[in-house]
Design a protein. Structure first.
Length: 347
């Protein structure tokens, strides 16, 4: 078979491990494999490269993706559906392996419904794709965020400051929750559960009365309820909303706004650190390399079994497959009981 492989959406630690595994497994099964550069845009640009063992040598420990990526959506382009089908037929692709997150899986599902043989591999540091216990890239992001909290603790304690760490997480607070608990944060703010500014200040004051002259707050970038309350009570703060190529609001900045208000309410010097793209860059952890490898190998097995329209996924210690449509049916968000566990330390 002739396989096309692409990486779509934001880059993520472990992508190269997946690419490497797919190529090695595909070669063993005598498939021809072409790398499609820059996501779905590469199909439209006909920007391909045949991949072999030399192409993927030494990439398992590299961050990013050797194929490049983009948030290009073929279905928002004029005559996008027709162009997509034409390009796939012209290159005679038997199947496209799409490695991407929630937005990319929506594109993969539409392509499958259009008649393209598609196999999905879930990728997101947000860990918010349903049907899989975990996604590669998440472990690396949590490790980076936890290390940042550890470092902020020392300066917070030394200067008697409140330190706010903003991490990624559009609709799901998995990174904030895991890194916050692991790093010993005093407050964790995530999109799924609201906490008012008054409640935040009350926790900080309780700590102060117990002699705790510093605090660590971890906030997910998607905790927009905080921005809503700040905008309502602090008219001097103006936000500039922009959107990405998937039509989603660009997030980031809630930590800085929150720091300004917390300092005003508490009287404590407050500083914010925004990790941003640091979380998705750099060397993947051993766990993400291993997980990406297993998901990639399973994707090629699915091709041999003609399980198109499916996505490789993690269930316990097993790698399975689920329909892509199920994976995008709803976001996997932090459950109430897990956040209640985290709140044990909010005092």
């Amino acid at each position: 078979m002739k396989i096309g492989i692409l990486t779509s959406g934001g880059d993520c630690p472990g992508l190269n491990a997946v690419i490497r595994a797919i190529v090695r497994k595909a070669i063993l099964e005598n498939h021809t494999i072409l790398g499609i550069y820059n996501g779905w845009k590469g199909l439209f640009d006909e920007h391909y490269k045949q991949l072999d063992t030399k192409s993927i040598a030494g990439i398992i420990n590299r961050g990013g993706t050797i194929l490049g990526t983009s948030r290009f959506n073929p279905f928002t382009e004029k005559n996008g559906s027709e162009t997509l089908l034409h390009k796939v037929a012209k290159e005679e692709f038997d199947v496209i392996i799409s490695i991407g997150g929630e937005g990319s899986m929506h594109i993969a599902q539409k392509a499958y419904e259009l008649g393209v043989n598609v196999i999905g591999v879930p990728k997101t540091i947000d860990n918010d794709i349903s049907g899989t216990d975990v996604t590669f890239g998440f472990d690396t992001a949590v490790s980076i965020a936890t290390d940042a909290i550890d470092r902020l603790h020392t300066t917070a304690e030394s200067h008697h400051r409140i330190m706010i760490l903003e991490v990624m997480g559009r609709h799901a607070g998995w990174i904030a929750l895991h890194s916050g608990i692991a790093g010993g944060a005093d407050i964790i703010l995530i999109p799924e559960f609201k906490m008012s500014l008054d409640e935040i200040n009350e926790i900080l004051m309780k700590r102060y009365k117990r002699g705790k002259l510093f605090s660590i707050i971890v906030v997910a970038e998607g905790a927009e309820y905080i921005m809503d309350e700040i905008e309502q009570g602090h008219k001097n703060i103006q936000t500039n909303v922009k959107y990405d190529d998937f039509g989603r609001k660009r997030l980031g900045g809630v930590g800085n706004y929150l720091a300004e208000v917390v300092e005003e309410m508490s009287g404590f010097e407050t500083r914010a650190t925004v990790l941003g793209y640091v979380q998705r860059g750099g060397v993947p952890t051993a766990y993400d390399r291993m997980l990406g490898t297993r998901l990639g190998i399973h994707a090629v097995k699915m091709i041999s079994e003609k399980k198109f329209g499916m996505m490789s996924a993690v269930r316990g210690s097993d790698i399975i497959e689920i329909p892509i449509v199920d994976a995008i049916s709803k976001l996997k968000t932090v459950p109430t009981e897990l956040y209640e566990d985290a709140k044990v330390f909010f005092n």
